[in-house]
Design a binder for this molecule. Sequence first.
Ligand SMILES: C[S@@+](CC[C@H](N)C(=O)[O-])C[C@H]1O[C@@H](n2cnc3c(N)ncnc32)[C@H](O)[C@@H]1O
Length: 136
Amino acid sequence: MTDEAWLREVPDDRPAVVVAEGLTMYLRKEEGKRLIQRITERFPSGQLLFDVYGPLGIRLQKMVPAVRNAGATLHWGLDDPHEVETWHPGLTCLDAVRSVDMPGVEKMPASGRMSMRVMAHLPGFRNVGRILRYRF
Ligand SMILES: C[S@@+](CC[C@H](N)C(=O)[O-])C[C@H]1O[C@@H](n2cnc3c(N)ncnc32)[C@H](O)[C@@H]1O
């Protein structure tokens, strides 16, 4: 994704919807910023949907079993979704849904629901993960 070539193969004469799930946290902030700028500069308009970790989520990453078990290292934690708006003219945040408030949380096992409820009430913790949608 951070390679410059692949995007040139995507037609750029129409609006684009770009979805990236489980990617941004693996990137360094500068790589994520550059990727978003390359996408928003290439297409005439579109929407961008991706999930992010917050800075606390990055600090606590080894408490996430999937991250720990994969031996992965996450880098980029986004504190303020509006910061991304400054990376391209007209880039506007439409939605920022906290993971702890996601539809479907009520279907989690009781222990998961309990953790989500506790985190939703703790400043810092409530933004450990978010799903963002922008238009450009
Ligand atoms: C948690 S998984 C997300 C899987 C994805 N949602 C899917 O459906 O395939 C993270 C993925 O990000 C990829 N990844 C991390 N850094 C990357 C990079 N710089 N360029 C391309 N892929 C990257 C990893 O290889 C891994 O497949």
